[in-house]
Design a protein around this ligand. Structure first.
Ligand SMILES: C[S@@+](CC[C@H](N)C(=O)[O-])C[C@H]1O[C@@H](n2cnc3c(N)ncnc32)[C@H](O)[C@@H]1O
Length: 385
């Protein structure tokens, strides 16, 4: 297995785990000699009991590999709660959260919505990882029983939704295809195994939705990038299920124009291991996260095609400021430096363009919702369509 010299090696137990997953992926490749990258990413992240999200790695937080906004600070979910409260129009409305990680956003949101006296009828979590689902259940134990009772876990998306669907950093975790545009042909990049290591290998892209999308994008060759078929498919499914309410996705990425910009000719694939970001998806399978940025134009188009309205699209910094993060921060006096300084540092990370403020975006897609959404009052970027 190739080892990036700058990355720390894990202990023997973790190495054994990674070797076991490597054997499983190699065995699947052995059947045909090649798998597409989306399949590799699915196996590396979600193989039951072995994949990064399906096994015991800490993943989120200081002791893990990466920190998400709700993990970084409760200010994020407390501010988001103001937007959620505006969208929960009827007492019967529910919230559905996809991919809830440690459960921290769910816990903080429910506490904040309780303070605002605008609780959803139910808070449902759809989580693919059994290990994270157990962790979420543990996190919910900290909630008062009256709030805990509203939380449930669903094995599949409900066929009809009235209320709000939320997902923070979930779209970036869905397996992507990797495509190479050459002067005279379009190839799909996949993975081979030579008995010792995984390697990239290209095959002609067969007719189908991936080739159609690759042709429609057609950046100037030579060019390599990712195409997600799962992101628009998931958005379409949710949009069709949504009878009234909104979908709110928070993630890092940009519109198609910026995503497939000529200067971004190596794509956006990124791996996270012990708080270091690098671009080798074959490093220690099962022990590192693999992600790609989100093409928000594809999100918006899938939703609009299914009859939703693009209600807002802006940066995380604009969204949080519009929804009142600075008021929430001002509730703690700067004289109380022990409380104020850590909160101010967290707010800085959430808002700074050099940290999460600019690269992370929030998009709202709605059906039957009148009026302006508070989170999108200034800094509107809906020109992405
Ligand atoms: C990067 S983590 C983000 C966790 C959390 N939302 C946060 O912001 O801290 C991605 C989450 O999405 C979950 N996930 C990935 N694919 C999923 C799918 N198809 N359905 C539901 N959850 C999924 C993962 O198991 C994990 O909980």
């Amino acid at each position: 297995m190739p080892h990036e010299p700058s990355l720390p090696l894990p202990g023997p137990e973790a190495l054994t785990h990674s070797a076991e997953l490597t054997r499983a992926i190699a065995a699947e490749i052995g059947r045909t000699g090649w798998i597409d990258f989306a399949r590799y990413m699915e196996l590396a992240l979600y193989t039951p009991g072995l994949g990064y999200y399906a096994a015991g790695a800490t993943k989120l937080g200081g002791a893990g590999d990466f920190v998400t906004a709700p993990e970084l600070s409760s200010l994020f979910s407390q501010t988001l709660a103001r937007q959620v409260a505006q969208l929960l129009a009827q007492p019967s409305d529910e919230v559905i959260e996809l991919g809830a990680g440690s459960g921290r956003m769910a816990r903080d949101l429910l506490l904040a919505l309780d303070n605002l006296e605008l609780l959803p009828s139910q808070y449902s979590i759809v989580e693919i990882s059994a290990e994270l689902r157990a962790r979420q259940q543990e996190t919910m134990l900290a909630l008062p029983a009256a709030l805990r009772r509203r939380v449930r876990w669903l094995d599949a998306l409900p066929p009809r939704i009235t209320g709000l669907v939320l997902a923070n950093e979930v779209l970036d975790a869905l397996p992507v295809h990797v495509v190479a545009w050459h002067d005279d042909t379009i190839m799909e990049r996949g993975v081979t195994w030579d008995g010792r290591a995984f390697a990239w290998a290209e095959r002609p892209l067969a007719a189908g939705p991936l080739l159609d999308r690759a042709r429609a994008l057609s950046p100037a060759p030579p060019y390599i990038s990712e195409i997600s078929l799962l992101v628009p498919a998931l958005v379409r499914t949710l949009a069709c299920a949504l009878e009234r309410g909104a979908l709110l996705f928070m993630d890092y990425g940009f519109g198609s124009g910026e995503y497939y910009h000529r200067q971004r000719d190596r794509g956006t694939l990124m791996c996270h291991y012990r708080h270091r970001a690098h671009d080798d998806p074959f490093f220690l399978p099962g022990l590192q996260d693999i992600t790609s940025h989100v093409d928000f134009t594809s999100v918006a188009l899938a939703a609009v095609d299914a009859g939703l309205e693009l209600k807002g699209y802006t940066t995380q910094a604009h969204f949080l400021i519009n929804a009142g993060v600075t008021d929430l921060l001002a509730r703690t006096s700067p004289d109380d430096s022990a409380s104020y300084l850590p909160l101010a540092a967290q707010a800085q990370k959430l808002l700074s363009p050099a940290e999460m403020g600019e690269l992370f975006k929030v998009i709202a897609l709605s059906r039957g919702i009148e009026g302006e959404l508070i989170g999108f009052r200034a800094g509107d970027r809906r020109g992405l369509l």
